[in-house]
Write a protein that binds this ligand. Structure first.
Ligand SMILES: [Zn+2]
Length: 156
């Protein structure tokens, strides 16, 4: 189902399952929507049985998560790319609640598929279990978050 006002539509993707595609030219910095879904608190997440649903969960800095499978919108169909044309970031709504906003990182042409970098927090799991096939020249090979930068080694 597509939201008539949304600047994108959901249809088959050659990258993975369904994808989101621009329905008009988008400006750099244009807001495309908010990631919606059921909220899980940090305490609930600890008791959660993960069953492979990780790619639908969006983690927030307060330790809670948004589960796009329940009550989600079209933004849950943004596929992952290691060189994404969109970015997701946290904003607070009027009540101070954290939200995930998604915006265009650059000008996007009508019909282009929209991507974000999932940077999944996979804990102790194998990054290879979250293989990436985005095809970007600098593809990390996994949808997992990149390892933290190594500290520069001092010489002498
Ligand atoms: Zn990739």
């Amino acid at each position: 189902m597509n939201d008539a006002d949304a600047p994108f539509e959901v249809r088959d993707s050659h990258v993975h399952g369904l994808g989101a595609f621009a329905t008009r030219d988008l400006r750099r910095g244009e807001r495309l929507g908010f990631y919606a879904g059921r909220r899980w608190s940090a305490a609930e997440i600890e008791r959660l049985d993960w069953d492979n649903a990780l790619t639908y969960f969006f983690g927030l800095s307060d330790g809670s998560m948004i589960d796009g499978r329940e009550g989600g919108n079209g933004t849950r169909h943004f596929n992952h790319s290691c060189a994404p044309n969109c970015a997701a970031y946290e904003v607070e709504d009027e009540d101070g609640r954290l939200q995930i906003a998604i915006e265009a990182r650059r000008a996007i042409r009508v019909g282009e598929e929209l991507f974000i970098d999932y940077s999944l927090d996979i804990g102790d799991e194998d990054p290879a279990d979250f293989a990436c096939h985005c095809g970007a020249p600098r593809c990390r090979g996994t949808m997992a978050a990149p390892p933290p930068p190594k500290k520069a080694r001092r010489r002498g």
